[in-house]
Design a binder for this molecule. Structure first.
Ligand SMILES: Nc1nc2c(ncn2[C@@H]2O[C@H](COP(=O)(O)OP(=O)(O)OP(=O)(O)O)[C@@H](O)[C@H]2O)c(=O)[nH]1
Ligand SMILES: [Mg+2]
Length: 288
């Protein structure tokens, strides 16, 4: 199944971000720690226009901690400023203020040398739908000012939020891009919840997830679904999970829809365990 989601409001949001960037000092790129590369918008370099950039790996509570470390190192090796965070409980978010100040410092020094007074740092938070932009803003503001939800496409328009006296944050609608470089990116984004569910074939996505878990995290499947021997065939495994969970229809057939939906829900909520859907070692192998 070809996965793609680039509705008109995203094209508009992209234009609006481009407009606003003239007055922005620092760009925060919020990535999903479960799929850092797939959740990275390739248009971001064009959007960020060489502004100082901070990469945040969010939802670290749902991701494999070993891989989160590896991804942070991967981006740091490329010269990026990286912080791993959990916007829901605030873990790591206390470092953001100082990072923005450090990144904006050269600009402030320039102002000072021209005799201008420093003002609040203007920061924009960019990221794909559902990655947690509004949750992060609420966390930094210590109040619920931005709308959040567990569906992609919650924020519809830009909104400035003041954080103390030193920061002004711009919340933006999640933006995807017109064409995924490869379909596996689409599958990862679908699995983590960045694409509108109504557009997805859940069985297809759940099979993709199972195949990956079987290879990389077999114990996650064994523990959660009490399957001791993982069948070689992915569809047979899918069947077995449905059976074990008692998702049977009339005649004893496995209810595929319910099984697929359960696997995805349990992956997204972290019930399955902390799982990362792509590893830096995968790409490094590819480029060597
Ligand atoms: N487990 C976990 N959930 C998070 C975290 N950050 C955000 N969420 C959840 O992710 C969902 C999406 O959060 P939002 O803040 O609305 O995401 P957004 O990026 O603003 O999404 P759009 O406005 O649709 O682009 C919500 O259900 C949040 O509670 C996190 O660090 N960990
Ligand atoms: Mg939002």
């Amino acid at each position: 199944m070809a996965i793609q989601w680039y509705p008109g409001h995203m094209a508009k949001a992209r234009r609006e971000v481009t407009e606003k960037l003239k007055i922005i000092d620092v760009v925060i790129e919020l990535l999903d720690a479960r799929a850092p590369l797939s959740s990275r918008n390739p248009v971001i370099d064009e959007l960020a226009q060489g502004k100082p950039r901070l990469i945040l790996l969010n939802k670290t509570d749902l991701a494999d901690p070993i891989q989160t470390k590896a991804w942070a190192q991967y981006f740091r090796r490329q010269g990026a400023y990286v912080i791993s965070i959990n916007s829901q409980n605030g873990h790591g978010t206390e470092k953001i203020d100082a990072a923005c100040k450090e990144l904006a410092n050269p600009l402030f020094e320039k102002w000072k040398s021209k005799g201008m007074k420093p003002r609040a740092i203007r920061v924009v938070i960019l990221g794909i739908p559902n990655v947690g932009k509004s949750t992060l803003i609420n966390r930094l503001a210590s109040k619920r000012t931005a709308n959040v939800g567990d569906r992609p496409g919650i924020t519809k328009r830009q909104q400035w939020i003041k954080i103390g006296t030193s920061l002004e944050l711009l919340d933006t609608p999640g933006i995807l891009w017109p064409k995924f470089e490869d379909q596996i990116t689409g599958y990862r984004l679908a699995a983590t919840g960045a694409i509108k569910d109504e557009l997805l074939d859940f069985q297809d996505i759940a099979l993709f997830v199972l195949k990956y878990l079987k290879r990389e995290y077999p114990n996650v499947i064994r523990d959660r679904y009490r399957v001791d021997e993982l069948p070689e065939d992915d569809v047979a495994l899918f069947d077995l999970i449905g059976e074990k969970r008692g998702f049977l229809q009339k005649g004893g057939y496995v209810d595929y829809d319910k099984t697929a939906e359960t696997i995805l829900r349990e992956l997204r909520s972290g019930t399955l365990g902390a799982v990362t859907l792509e590893k830096p070692s995968d790409i490094e192998e590819k480029t060597v």
